[in-house]
Ligand binder design. Structure first.
Ligand code: GLA
Ligand code: ZN
Length: 686
């Protein structure tokens, strides 16, 4: 089996986190679960997440019988199980007997037992114990025909500042700087506030992060935390790779919440290299009171595309809620139809699964009111259960035409987590208005609105095949990346960048002698100053006869070969360039000097889409909030048409497509009720 294709049976996965270890004294509940799983049209369950206390009740005494039975139950209905390693939480006996497993925070306070996701990633004992546990799990279940994949730990994140981690940090730095403190001091700009290091032993993790003024060190600390976490993960999977080489491995990634932007706790672009399949946990705040449903949908789409592009292959939605969560400020129930729509959106963007946190609501503790398929009423008749079952049925019907299908995009937006770290740390500009992730999502939205597929690439990925590459606010940029962008344009690509791009190098040291030469040449401009706005400050730019408002940032620049497409309308830089276009070799480079309102992005990218003849997957009229996304394989396209508005919308389809559900061909007017989804097919034009 191809390890990257967990769904080689052409079956979309439907199910989720199942925690039977909470119900071992309720045999009737466990029996009921299996019956309800069938009724819910579910087929895949992640078991064992947080079950360490049940699997090893006391040190060295293992108990697997209960898990055998649970797996038997899942198997009996033709289901598959995703087996978790339980390291996301430890049993109390372990914390008591081996306190080194407990995390130390940035204030050097040792955590007490409790909560979860709070172990030390360096602890030799914990590494040994997880390997031992994982070996036992692999020995016992590795050959089980219903085992689908490994789910390693849970939502890796956080950091530890214990002595062991400090030692590992120093070793990491010695390797990075070739044992040369001069190199480290240069990189960290050591003499600033007398921070020169004269002995490796003087180095300690930033304490607490955020208050440390040594930005080079903060950046290296983030890199170390990421490295150490991935290293722990690699240690966890050793016995699994050895005993079950053909079973794919994943760990569930997440987003930064509540902002709902790319996760910044770890460098996922590095982590992605170590997993066979990307999976992630998505909790958009549907029906919130700060943005319309279409905007929430567009931001969810962005994150899906971010995870798809990480390995350029279908991913799994590992967790989602069928109703509400319990940790948003307001935990709103999904309105009727939203569960179906929001789940279909995941499939449309490349997920081969809809999995939930959680199968059954727990009876006690902090997640007892978190949404689940089975509520405390134990009923298959309530609204949530019925909507889940309806979705499951629909997924069974479209499985063949979705599973493993790929996404294809001509446009890419570049996201860089290291730049995100550095920009968050940067003291200057607007301390509260950087909003890197959100800015990317705003650029993305203009394409989502026009149904143009977008990939979210990293600086390491191959960009040469894209027609259009958008690089907003890439604050930290190495000379190497600048040259990559230059080459992209030279070879015919269209590049868009913005204010706050290319200011510091990969050590967070500013570039000296003006903007990087490859950037100056490519964009045909010279940025001179960045003006930062108070919320009440006003300025505008006129583009193609319309006036657009500027917020937060304005780059004052000189055009040196670029055409000026927009100028500032007031202040001391009135009449100077705000938006430029530069024809460079075979390509073009645009520089958006100011943070402009969304209306501008929409107008600007609409023009570019037209000029570059970028095409949506389906020729159809366009309605704000109606999203069309496509997956394809073997010359066929499966296209999802989704209404993320509370209104009935009528689209005009300019080509004939097959309606997957009715089996009839449709063309012309297509009426979509609020939250409606239609799945259509067509063969891909050559
Ligand atoms: C995370 C965790 C789950 C659960 C959910 C609740 O995603 O992985 O265990 O706590 O949040 O939304
Ligand atoms: Zn530690």
């Amino acid at each position: 089996m191809d390890k990257r294709r967990v769904t080689d049976e052409k079956r979309l996965l439907h199910g989720g986190d199942y925690n039977p270890d909470q119900w071992l004294t309720y045999p009737d509940i466990l029996e009921e679960d299996v019956k309800l799983m069938k009724l819910a049209h579910t087929n895949t369950f992640s078991v064992g997440i947080f079950a360490w206390a049940a699997l090893e009740p006391e040190e060295g005494r293992y108990a697997f019988d209960w898990l055998d039975k649970v797996i038997e139950g899942i198997d009996s209905i033709g289901g598959r199980f995703i087996l978790a390693t339980p390291s996301g939480a430890r049993p109390a006996w372990m914390s008591k007997a081996h306190p080194e497993v407990l995390r130390t925070d940035a204030y050097r306070r040792k955590h007490l037992h409790g909560a979860r996701h709070n172990h030390c990633f360096s602890s030799p004992y914990y590494r040994e114990k997880t390997q031992e546990m994982n070996r036992k799990l692999a020995e016992r279940y590795g050959n089980h025909p219903a085992l689908l994949m490994w789910h390693i730990s849970n939502e890796y994140g956080g950091e530890c500042h214990c002595d062991l981690c400090q030692e590992n940090f120093r070793t990491f730095l010695k390797n990075k700087y070739d044992n040369d403190l001069d190199k480290l001091n240069h990189s960290w700009w050591g003499p600033f506030w007398s921070h020169t290091i004269t002995d490796w032993e003087q180095i300690e993790s930033p304490s607490p992060i955020g208050e440390s003024a040594v930005h080079g060190m903060n950046l290296d600390w983030r890199r170390f935390v990421s490295h150490q976490t991935i290293d722990f993960y690699k240690s966890e999977i050793e016995p699994l790779r050895e005993l079950t080489p053909s079973i794919p491995i994943t760990t569930n990634f997440m987003s930064d919440n509540p902002e709902f932007v790319p996760f910044t706790g770890l460098d996922y672009s590095e982590f992605a290299k170590e997993v066979d399949v990307i999976s992630w946990d998505a909790y958009p705040a549907w029906h919130n009171d700060w943005e319309d449903t279409a905007t929430t949908a567009s931001r969810t789409a962005f994150l899906n595309d971010h995870f798809y592009t990480m390995k350029n292959q279908p991913f799994l939605l590992m967790e989602s809620t069928p109703s509400a969560v319990n940790w948003h400020d307001v935990n709103k129930a999904k309105r009727p139809g939203m569960h179906y729509l929001s789940s279909m959106q995941m499939l449309a963007h490349g997920s081969d699964s809809i999995l939930y946190f959680q199968w059954r609501k727990s009876r006690g503790s902090s997640e007892k009111f978190h949404g689940a398929v089975v509520d405390h009423d134990r009923s298959s008749e309530n609204r949530v259960f019925k909507e889940v079952a309806q979705l499951g049925q629909a997924m069974e019907e479209v499985s063949e035409k979705v599973t493993g299908y790929r996404r294809v995009a001509d446009v890419a937006i570049l996201y860089d987590v290291e730049s995100d770290w550095a920009l968050k740390d940067a003291q200057g500009f607007g301390l509260k208005t950087k909003h890197y992730g959100e800015t990317l999502q705003k650029h993305y939205q203009s394409f989502w609105d026009k149904n143009i597929a977008v990939d979210i690439v990293t600086k390491e990925q191959d960009i040469s095949a894209y027609k259009l590459l958008i690089v907003p606010m890439l604050y930290m940029m190495s000379e190497e990346t600048a040259i990559t962008l230059q080459t992209f344009v030279k070879n015919g690509g269209t590049l868009v960048s913005t204010y706050l791009t290319g200011l510091v190098d990969e050590s967070d040291l500013t570039h000296m002698g003006g903007w990087l030469k490859p950037l100056r040449e490519t964009f045909g401009i010279e940025p001179l100053e960045t003006d930062t706005f108070y919320p009440s400050d006003k300025n505008t730019m006129v583009y193609k006869g319309f006036e657009y408002e500027i917020k937060d940032y304005a780059t004052i620049m000189e055009a040196k070969g670029a055409n000026v497409l927009g100028q500032y309308e007031s202040d001391f830089y009135e009449g100077t360039p705000a938006l430029t276009e530069h024809a460079y070799y075979e390509g073009k480079a645009y520089y958006i000097g100011a943070r402009l309102e969304q209306r501008f992005h929409d107008a600007f990218y609409e023009e570019l889409i037209k000029k570059m003849d970028l095409k949506p997957a389906l020729a159809a009229s366009h309605k704000r909030g109606v999203s069309i996304q496509s997956r394809e394989a073997n010359g066929m396209q499966t296209i999802f048409i989704m209404n993320f508005t509370e209104k009935t919308q009528t689209l005009t389809l300019h080509e004939r497509v097959l309606d997957s559900q009715s089996g009839e061909y449709i063309e012309g007017d297509l009426k979509l009720k609020p939250y409606d989804v239609r799945i259509v097919e067509k063969s891909k034009e050559a």
